[in-house]
Design a protein around this ligand. Structure first.
Ligand code: GLN
Length: 285
């Protein structure tokens, strides 16, 4: 089949479900990904023919798009902070607002020319931990997750990016204590309340790991409280705790942090204008 005919099939099957521009983006991404054909070649050689076997691969992906499976899960890859990460249904697809959290830490720490000890709690694909390890020259990074499957992916990603991260399989809610002290403790824990589920797209609800997203309406700060208590004891003197937060709970989050002994708390909005992250310290830094 000619590639231009494949593109037409994409539009016939997906227009209506996605915007036409998005459909073209999927078409280019999938053909580039599976067959290593550059976008420019697809455009300049519309009569180029792909084999029957290759067609099957593309049409399988097309049928998954029809079911609104995120393209990142179809190709098994997502981009975050300029790096490529393997992802699957055990790991969240990294979000652009999380890149902003990473950027905050990188800008705070990259100029330090002494070892920066970092702990990422709930690492998922490892994107935060790995992006920090790649961008903070003297970093020494540990990353924790409760899911063995997610850690497998994170380890793969760390290997691919050639960074040495100490991975820990543990449920932070069950942890009595941490060992050592850290300059940075960072976490993007589950924070979407059940009552906010209706705001979420079907592709998130159907395909992304609920354990990484949702918390009960009754105790939305469950993870934050536990992590703050541990961090209070395990941050170095000038250390800071960085959280991605629920946009509807900035005041509650700050209040909890103050009650846990974090006197200096700075909120930041994301590019959408929502309160999305906080930096907390005991002594101010
Ligand atoms: N920002 C993510 C979303 O809205 C949620 C991430 C999280 O719960 N930590 O899909």
């Amino acid at each position: 089949m000619r590639v231009k005919d494949i593109q037409q099939v994409f539009h016939r099957e997906l227009d209506g479900l996605y915007e036409a521009k998005e459909v073209d983006r999927f078409y280019f991404m999938l053909l580039e990904h599976y067959f290593d054909i550059r976008r420019i070649d697809l455009i300049s050689e519309p009569d180029r023919v792909i084999s029957k076997e290759d067609e099957t691969v593309v049409f399988k992906a097309l049928s998954e798009l029809k079911l609104e499976k995120p393209i990142q899960y179809i190709v098994g890859e997502a981009y975050f902070y300029g790096l490529s990460f393997k992802v699957n249904s055990n790991t969240l697809i990294p979000r652009p607002e999380t890149e902003e959290l990473v950027d905050w830490i990188v800008k705070d720490k990259r100029a330090e020319n002494r070892p920066v000890k970092i702990l990422d709690i709930g690492t998922g694909s490892g994107c935060i931990a790995i992006a920090l390890a790649k961008n903070i020259p003297c970093s020494k990074v540990a990353a924790m997750d409760v899911s063995a499957e997610a850690l497998k992916m994170a380890k793969d990603n760390a290997r691919q990016h050639n960074v040495d991260i100490d991975f820990i399989e543990a449920d932070v809610l069950e942890l009595e204590d941490l060992s050592g002290c850290y300059d940075v403790i960072v976490s993007n824990p589950p924070y979407v309340r059940d009552l906010e589920k209706k705001e979420m797209h079907d592709n998130v609800l159907r395909y992304e790991p609920h354990s990484a997203l949702f918390v009960s309406d009754a105790e939305p700060l469950l993870f934050y409280k536990k992590i703050a208590v541990l961090a209070r004891e395990h941050l170095c003197v000038n250390g800071a705790l960085y959280f991605e937060i629920n946009q509807y709970l900035p005041d509650e989050t700050i209040k909890m942090l103050e009650n846990t002994g974090f006197e200096h708390n700075r909120l930041k909005k994301d590019f959408r204008g929502n309160y999305r992250m906080v930096k907390s310290s005991v002594h101010g830094c």
